[in-house]
Design a protein around this ligand. Sequence first.
Ligand SMILES: [Zn+2]
Length: 358
Amino acid sequence: MILTRFAIISIGVLLMSSRVQLKLDTPGEIRFDQYLRYQDIQDYLDRLNRIYKGFVVVENFGLSVENRNLTSIKISYGENPKKPLIFIDAGIHAREWIGPAQALYVIHRLVENPVESLLVRNVDWLIVPLVNPDGYEYSHTVDRLWRKNRTKGKICDGVDLNRNFDFQWLQIGASRSECSNNYAGTRPFSEPESSALSKLIAEKAERIKMYLSFHAAAQCILYPWGYTTDLPDNGEELHELGQNLTDAIYKVNSTQYKVGSSANILYTDSGTSRDWAYAVANIKLAYTIEIKGFADSLFNRRRGGRFDIPPEDILSVVSEMFEGIKMLHSYVEPKHITSENHYDVLMKKMRRIFFFTT
Ligand SMILES: [Zn+2]
């Protein structure tokens, strides 16, 4: 009897490990019942770039420490200097696998689901689904709980990219010790990943009206600041919009997210991409989205603890958050739209020119 139970457990473990090893059937395929690896993500973006020419532009904007591509995807019906842009990044922290899955889900819905085309009519999207590819791969192959990038250190490797941005660097909630999970690096933007991401944002900063950075797994919506409990100038707007976002998420499966400034409701931090985007790139709607985690307990321990949302639950987590993203879009669009960049007004003008209609 004991032997039989042992055999069943062994087969289960074997099946689980073969599932982890499972390769995607077709290169470029997207799915939300397993976590995609770096190459799978690149293949998917390449496929979209081939199929949706003119609608999406996939570009490499830098290289990681281990020479992997840092890749962005722009989704737009036509750029216009006055058109608002929503910027999203994910995977700054390696072990937070649900972040890249969430970014890929947003990309998938915006590009491949015609129902969502309204979300792209008057607003452009620029999305980086994997900021830290080296750390992400390392968390798949060696250490499931790896958080930093893979810069070689004297004693310990890796820099926390989300403590490496050039705003209030190393002030609080960050470490100068190489072996710390919050190691801020030798200087601001010492790391190729954070430096390249900041340049990409800075290039389009005037058009970026909202900055979202996907993390896990504190289940809360964080706005600036991290380095002080004081609130930014538009703290009220950030809080109210954050609450509307949590309401939209709650409506789907009754999942309750908290809202507040980082230092007030989670912890102090400095040198983060969110505070930098707000203060230096001047993006006044800047949020860290801490996606929900796995309810870890002594009875249901998983390898990655709270970061290990089971693959079969990915879709429900990312699709409820997508309802929140749609709500955020519905706030940005009317706030920043003018007759010069309004899709319907432009179409009317075109019709007038080509068909002499009024
Ligand atoms: Zn994180």
